[in-house]
Design a protein around this ligand. Sequence first.
Ligand SMILES: C[S@@+](CC[C@H](N)C(=O)[O-])C[C@H]1O[C@@H](n2cnc3c(N)ncnc32)[C@H](O)[C@@H]1O
Length: 296
Amino acid sequence: MSRTAARPPAAAKLTEPGWLTTTLGDADYEFLCQLIYERSRIHLGPDKRVLVASRLAKRLRHLNLNSYQEYCELMRSPAGAEELQFLIDRISTNHTHFFREIKHFEFIRDVIIPTWNAVKGRKEPFRIWSSASSTGEEPYSLAIHFAENFAPAESGRWQIEATDISTRVLEVATQGIYEQERLTSVGPEALRRHFQKGEKKWAGHFRVKDELRRRVHFHHLNLLEGAYPFAWSFDLILCRNVMIYFDRPTQETLVQRLTAKLVPGGHLLVGHSESLSGVKHSLKLVRPAIYLKPAA
Ligand SMILES: C[S@@+](CC[C@H](N)C(=O)[O-])C[C@H]1O[C@@H](n2cnc3c(N)ncnc32)[C@H](O)[C@@H]1O
């Protein structure tokens, strides 16, 4: 690795100790942004350059590359296709936590579950889709909520699908192991009922119990590509804190695709900071960040 003492041009600079000084220049940044946009529709503005540079720093070291330029060359080579998944994994923001945006869970408990509980004679389960599930906290929060609020005899009446574009987060989600401090919003009773306490090397961690983990099915899926691989429509879809990264036309396309996968009378929940105002859609706003697909 060569080190340079020369002052780099104004661009995102990597200056971690023990690491060369290299910069993510305009052309390389634009190239990476375009690639990320084409693959995931995540829109990165100029303000994200430092973030991208720092998130890729470790990867460059791992690949023994000396500069972002070399990384871009790799992306242009046949090996780039495989590397692209890694790039998306590093760039997508996966922040989440249990029972995030509690108003949604209150709505599910107070409105959705009583409505579903009152339905008689329905053969198929109620279907829920956590469409950008990240490391699993969202779909497991849903599973806890449904396990707690449907009578045990009704437990076969709901099923959860959970998807994400990032294979890295899906691995974490599938394992269902979380540090204790990430579980404060679960509450001691639910923690005891639905989690197993780790011992020895897993001390300080909890694992979602098998019976709950079995109720959540994780899949790798890009929300913006191809037909959705579900033969059925959903009664409830959560698409929270992901649209914020997309531009308006992409948000519109996504909302239309998700609406097509909702049953009439089904609900779409978006993040509270993701207004659909300015996005063309056919849904009815029932509460902040909660939309209903009207009956046909
Ligand atoms: C900030 S997390 C939100 C997690 C959870 N929904 C919540 O609100 O806590 C955003 C997630 O969206 C995923 N994502 C980004 N672009 C996506 C796409 N095109 N298709 C599917 N998932 C995507 C990211 O990998 C990330 O895990």
